[in-house]
Design a protein around this ligand. Structure first.
Ligand code: ZN
Length: 96
């Protein structure tokens, strides 16, 4: 995993960068500044990670742990379907 993939931007920063450069990229205009290229890539990876967190993952029933960050989650909450620590959407359903 590269440094670009590791560093997640704040949602508002990622959105601003993607908004600012989407027209440039859509028109096929080459971004020549490598720092700007890296910033746009960071924004794309950050957006992808945010989307991925929206897809619920099954809770680890052994110890009631978040499937991503492994922190302890209290018993099935009402209306709280996200890990308080990492923001991962949690599927609390019990398989039959
Ligand atoms: Zn978590």
């Amino acid at each position: 995993m590269s440094d670009i993939e590791k560093e997640v931007l704040l949602p508002e920063d990622a959105e601003e960068i993607l908004r600012r450069y989407s027209f440039t990229l859509a028109r096929g205009i080459k971004i020549k500044d490598i720092d700007t290229v890296n910033l746009v890539l960071q924004a794309i990876f950050s957006a992808g990670k945010a989307l991925y967190k929206q897809v619920p993952k099954k809770i680890d029933r052994v110890g009631n742990k978040c499937p991503v960050c492994k922190c302890y989650l209290a018993s099935d909450p009402v209306g709280d379907h996200y890990c308080f620590n990492c923001g991962q959407a949690i599927d609390w359903s019990v398989e039959e």
